[in-house]
Unconditional design. Structure first.
Length: 162
């Protein structure tokens, strides 16, 4: 005779947790969750008012919220991008100033304070036409902007747009 009671007790229900309660989550950080919430707000705002509308106003507002030296670098990058690639549309992306072509982000600025990093980042998405062989840079650490850095960024933005 089979003991069905014992078999039932030894069978785990689907979805039952088997990990110890003392383990900590290795999921998203508070800053990452905040960035995702910010992106959700951006998408809702874009849907309400139409894509692209007020993008520059939103970018300038995000830049104004930054602390120096990130704010001054972001202001300078905004001017460089507007001058070297006027076809790009300013918009926010995960709470960061970004610049899009046909609604898709091409490049962005992330302040050091955003994720408590020791440097700000100027980066390019996979939409950027920066391909150079089998490997090429898509992100740059910024502690300050020199005249040479500004010229290089202008050239990279033009190339990314091409």
């Amino acid at each position: 005779m089979t003991d069905t009671t014992t078999a039932t007790k030894n069978t785990r229900r689907a979805g039952t947790r088997t990990t110890a309660a003392s383990k900590t989550s290795t999921g998203f950080t508070d800053d990452e969750r905040a960035a995702m919430r910010e992106r959700a707000r951006e998408l809702k705002a874009e849907a309400r008012r139409g894509s692209g509308a007020d993008g520059e106003r939103d970018v300038l507002a995000k830049i104004a919220e930054m602390k120096d030296p990130d704010r001054s670098m972001a202001e300078r990058l905004h001017a460089i991008i507007k001058a070297s690639a006027p076809a790009l549309s300013p918009r926010t992306w995960y709470g960061m100033p970004a610049y899009a072509k046909d609604g898709k982000v091409l490049c962005f600025f992330q302040s050091a304070d955003k994720f408590k990093s020791r440097y700000a980042t100027f980066g390019f998405s996979d939409q950027a036409n920066l391909d150079d062989g089998a490997m090429w840079p898509t992100g740059f650490a910024l502690k300050e902007l020199t005249t040479a850095d500004e010229a290089r960024i202008a050239d990279l933005v033009k190339k990314a747009l091409s």
